[in-house]
Design a protein around this ligand. Structure first.
Ligand code: C2E
Ligand code: MG
Ligand code: MG
Ligand code: MG
Length: 292
């Protein structure tokens, strides 16, 4: 059977694990043409400030609808795009598109909004990454402090000093840095003291335990406390229910992102969503203590 598997002689299709391999190969193949065929789209999810009681920012999230593979989750294709280095041109497209939309929103009277963009390690490691970011902002006439780059701790495992230097340079230019998915993976509290972090983003896996008072909930409380003490803005992602919101508000969490307010929306739908809330001027945060 190995002989049938091609010139390399590897029986790649024999093993159940290799379904994944074949799938990844197929994703990679389709990814190469996806950009020029305009199969990508950005969707946007609001970030709500609990004190100001309004939307202060959006996170841009990448979507891919392949004619061949159908809708593919970013959890699958981002990894493949990283391994094949396609994430470099793709990430540049994401940054430009997100900034273009932010500019449009600013012109429509939502001048206070910020844009959060997810950045892969590989992008950050490009020598000209900082220039790309600054140039992109400049080309749209956007202030640096309306852009937030979301990084995960995996970016720090490699080239630690080098990455810190680049992040410091970006922060010195007033660009915000968020530490995404905080509390999972290789999280180390010492990162917080060495990195120019403006925002701590509590991973959505913590939300399951809220507000039942388990150890996980205790961790959330302490993450919020540490972030605040270190002058960071703390945002919780994956907030779906009112009890979670109430709990986070009580614990002093600054911002919330999640299905409770809105799912990620296409640009046109997000424009409408924002306009709707603005006109209605309804409180985003419901009165939580009504009964008591
Ligand atoms: P992330 O940056 O942590 O984004 C949050 C994820 O949680 C998004 O999944 C979002 O749709 C989802 N989410 C938001 N609110 C809720 C909620 O209330 N409940 C639940 N269950 N989920 C919620 P998505 O869009 O599938 O993205 C997955 C990951 O893919 C992102 O996680 C990010 O790491 C990566 N990603 C997405 N877009 C990009 C991009 O443009 N560049 C890079 N490098 N990575 C991206
Ligand atoms: Mg993110
Ligand atoms: Mg996240
Ligand atoms: Mg996440």
């Amino acid at each position: 059977k190995a002989k049938e598997a091609g010139k390399g002689g590897y029986a790649v299709f024999d093993h159940p694990l290799n379904d994944t391999f074949a799938e990844r190969m197929n994703i990679e193949k389709q990814l190469y043409t996806a950009m020029e065929q305009e199969e990508f789209e950005l969707v946007y999810q609001p970030q709500v400030d609990l004190i100001l009681n309004k939307v202060t920012g959006l996170e841009a999230l990448l979507r891919w609808k392949s004619p061949e593979l159908g809708y593919v989750s970013p959890l699958k294709f981002i990894k493949v795009a990283e391994d094949s280095h396609l994430i470099i041109p793709l990430g540049t497209w994401v940054l430009r598109s997100a900034c273009a939309f932010l500019k449009l929103l600013h012109e429509q009277g939502f001048g206070h909004l910020t844009m959060s963009v997810n950045i892969s390690m590989l992008q950050l490691l490009q020598t000209d990454f900082n220039e790309l970011v600054l140039h992109t902002l400049e080309s749209f006439g956007l202030q640096p402090d309306c852009l937030e780059l979301e990084i995960t701790e995996t970016v720090l495992v490699q080239s630690y000093d080098h990455v810190i230097a680049k992040l410091n340079a970006l922060r010195a230019r007033n660009i915000k840095i968020a530490l995404d998915d905080f509390g999972t993976g290789y999280s180390s509290l010492s990162y917080l003291t060495h990195l120019p972090i403006s925002t701590l983003k509590i991973d959505k896996s913590f939300m399951d335990s809220i507000p039942t008072g388990t150890n996980q909930a205790t961790l959330v409380e302490q993450i919020i406390r540490i972030g605040k003490r270190m002058n960071m803005s703390v945002i919780a992602e994956g907030v779906e229910r009112q009890e979670q919101l109430a709990y986070l508000l009580e614990q002093g969490c600054d911002k919330i992102q999640g299905y409770f307010f809105s799912r990620p929306l296409a640009a046109k739908d997000m424009e409408q969503w924002l306009a709707c809330w603005k006109e209605a001027s309804i409180d985003l945060i419901p009165v939580l203590d009504k009964e008591s």
